[in-house]
Design a protein. Structure first.
Length: 340
């Protein structure tokens, strides 16, 4: 235990400028409280009402029991991801905390936001990555005039520091411009798909891989990502159109016109850049909208199916299960933010 405390002391002084976390651990050790609890943040009252102002929401988080199971799995202690999500045009998004024992990465792909910490303030714009260090008082949120769209994840574990170092981020310099990285977005999408029960060792390994791949793609220098950036620029109008018309049927002729190339070239480049075929990606956008409606409305499942452009509720439920791994009703029970 003393060796662990020494390492934690060095880590705390380097990253936080304070060894308060180690003092807390030593106090717990003196009182015989050696059991380590997993990081867990109870969402504030009114959160479910707040996200009704977002255009779309995907918010995934492990329960306390699931986190404890993960922490008891020795082979996956080095890097942990206990929550992640995707907020689209998050009107009214604001978060303030000071004792969270996880690092938070926020990748902005549209709109604007802000970050405040240590008496400084940063404006967050599209293509920027924000790092929120553990145990440091900070706050962030969406700009009121043009609210941001963000991909985010909470990470912890001994190797979380190596990921931060690779990205070149520190508590004093928490923002980095990385550009729009389609491969990083595809890795986030993979993370969203796998962060669900049952949490077998194979699934935990895949979650870790997806999260670290997303961060690795964001860590690439601009020259290393030239091909991906060029492909992303050519597909941005198609993706934007898909997002704006997610409640309609797929429109391949329109996508091809926006892309400006042949069908085979479009499908090949889309799959290479985004990680999914165009129709598969469009279906996943529909399911994400459905997830948001499940969280933020009182609509029946059949009504949600109609909202995402599917008249057959049975087919909708089958597709929903294929993408998320659970039925719409089970999904709502699993990701309910009031879950303890």
């Amino acid at each position: 235990m003393d060796g662990i405390l020494k390492k934690m002391d060095n880590f705390a002084r380097k990253d936080f400028g304070s060894s308060q976390i180690v003092k807390n651990m030593k106090t717990a050790q003196r009182h015989g409280q050696n059991k380590v609890s997993p990081p867990y943040e109870t969402l504030p009252q009114g959160w479910k009402k707040t996200i009704q102002g977002y255009r779309s929401v995907l918010h995934l988080r492990l329960s306390r029991a699931e986190r404890m199971k993960w922490m008891r799995t020795a082979s996956h202690q080095h890097f942990r991801v206990f929550s992640c999500g995707w907020y689209v045009e998050a009107h009214g998004h604001f978060c303030e905390r000071e004792n969270l024992d996880e690092a938070v990465y926020i990748y902005c792909t549209a709109g604007q936001g802000f970050f405040r910490s240590g008496g400084q303030e940063w404006t967050i714009s599209p293509g920027q990555l924000l790092y929120c260090a553990p145990l440091i008082h900070h706050c962030y949120g969406a700009a009121s005039h043009q609210p941001w769209t963000i991909f985010w994840m909470h990470v912890s574990g001994p190797e979380a520091c190596s990921e931060r170092a690779r990205l070149g981020l520190t508590p004093q310099n928490p923002v980095k411009h990385v550009g729009i990285r389609p491969r990083a977005i595809a890795a986030f999408q993979s993370l969203f798909h796998f962060l669900r029960p049952p949490f077998t060792e194979a699934r935990m390994a895949t979650i870790i891989h997806s999260a670290r791949l997303a961060l690795a793609c964001l860590a690439l220098e601009s020259g290393e990502e030239v091909a991906s950036e060029a492909i992303g620029a050519g597909l941005q109008s198609v993706i934007h159109y898909m997002e704006q018309h997610v409640s309609e049927m797929g429109n391949l002729p329109k996508w091809l016109k926006l892309f400006g190339g042949s069908r085979s070239h479009f499908q090949r480049q889309f799959k290479r850049s985004i990680g999914f075929a165009p129709n598969d990606y469009f279906m996943r956008l529909k399911i994400r909208l459905a997830c948001s409606l499940l969280l933020t409305s009182n609509l029946r499942i059949s009504e949600i199916a109609e909202r995402v452009g599917m008249s057959d509720a049975y087919y909708f439920s089958r597709l929903f299960r294929r993408v998320t791994g659970s039925s719409p009703r089970s999904y709502l029970n699993r990701v309910d933010p009031l879950q303890k």
